[in-house]
Design a protein around this ligand. Structure first.
Ligand SMILES: [Cu+2]
Length: 251
């Protein structure tokens, strides 16, 4: 099975230019995990949180007055909220969680809601809650994956995100709008809460690569060992300017 999957991935990577080619999204195999372990931890950032001034130049009646935006949510104890944590290269393990509803990204008052999220390989809905045009544009790296004009309030358009990795979302109508979607090819992921903490559970015992992303900093990558019934407790520091990692299971 593993051999087959590897062959598939190698075959698929040579077709990277064909954006519409669906990849084997079900390469991950769900099975019962007995004697699993967990990883808990806290993500911190010790640097200066970046901010930027946003000055809406059009659609002011909806987009509002100029405002200062924080580019990373850091608590008083340096904890980072909305960092994405996930295990790379795990092809077998617990079942995907049941989705309460299809994930979505909303254009709302000229901001994306949410600005950072993780979804399962597949797709999500792009929604416009505002009474004027947004043009939602998604990229894997520099490559467009979708580009949608949403002129009407209440519009909802499904898009496919068949490849794992980071998708940046811009609005071609409002240059300041930006969001990130991390597309996961396995269910071993978490997003940190306001306390910077996360838990990933039911991991088959073994050695893994743990990735932590935040768009403001570079990614953090580290080796972790998961032992049956024993949580690994990690303190993970994000640093500005760490080199970029493309994709989650990228080989
Ligand atoms: Cu917009």
């Amino acid at each position: 099975m593993t051999g087959l999957v590897v062959k598939w991935l190698i075959g698929a990577s040579s077709l990277v230019a064909a954006a519409a080619t669906p990849l084997p999204t079900e390469a991950y195999e769900a099975s019962a995990v007995t004697g699993g372990g967990s990883i808990t931890g806290k993500v911190v950032f010790n640097g200066t949180p970046g901010t930027r001034k946003v000055i809406p130049t059009k659609d002011i009646e909806v987009c509002g007055a100029p405002f200062e935006e924080t580019l990373i949510q850091v608590g008083p104890d340096k904890s980072v909220q909305n960092a994405v944590v996930y295990l790379a290269d795990i092809t077998k393990g617990k079942a995907w969680p049941a989705e309460a509803k299809k994930p979505e990204i909303d254009n709302k008052k000229c901001k994306f809601e949410p600005s950072i999220q993780v979804i399962r390989v597949g797709g999500l809905d792009v929604v416009n809650s505002d009474p004027m045009l947004h043009n939602t544009h998604g990229y894997y790296g520099k490559r467009t994956v979708f580009n949608l004009a949403l002129p009407n309030q209440g519009q909802r358009i499904p898009v496919e995100l068949p490849r794992p990795g980071e998708v940046r979302i811009d609005c071609d109508a409002h240059g300041w709008m930006e969001a990130f979607i991390y597309v996961a090819d396995n269910p071993y992921y978490a997003v940190t809460g306001a306390d910077g903490k996360f838990t990933i559970s039911d991991i088959p015992a073994g050695n893994y690569k743990l990735l932590v992303y935040h768009p403001f900093t570079g990614p953090n990558e580290q080796a972790v060992t998961v032992a049956a019934g024993k949580p690994s407790d990690l303190n993970i520091e994000l640093r500005k300017g760490a080199s970029s990692i493309q994709g989650g299971s990228g080989k």
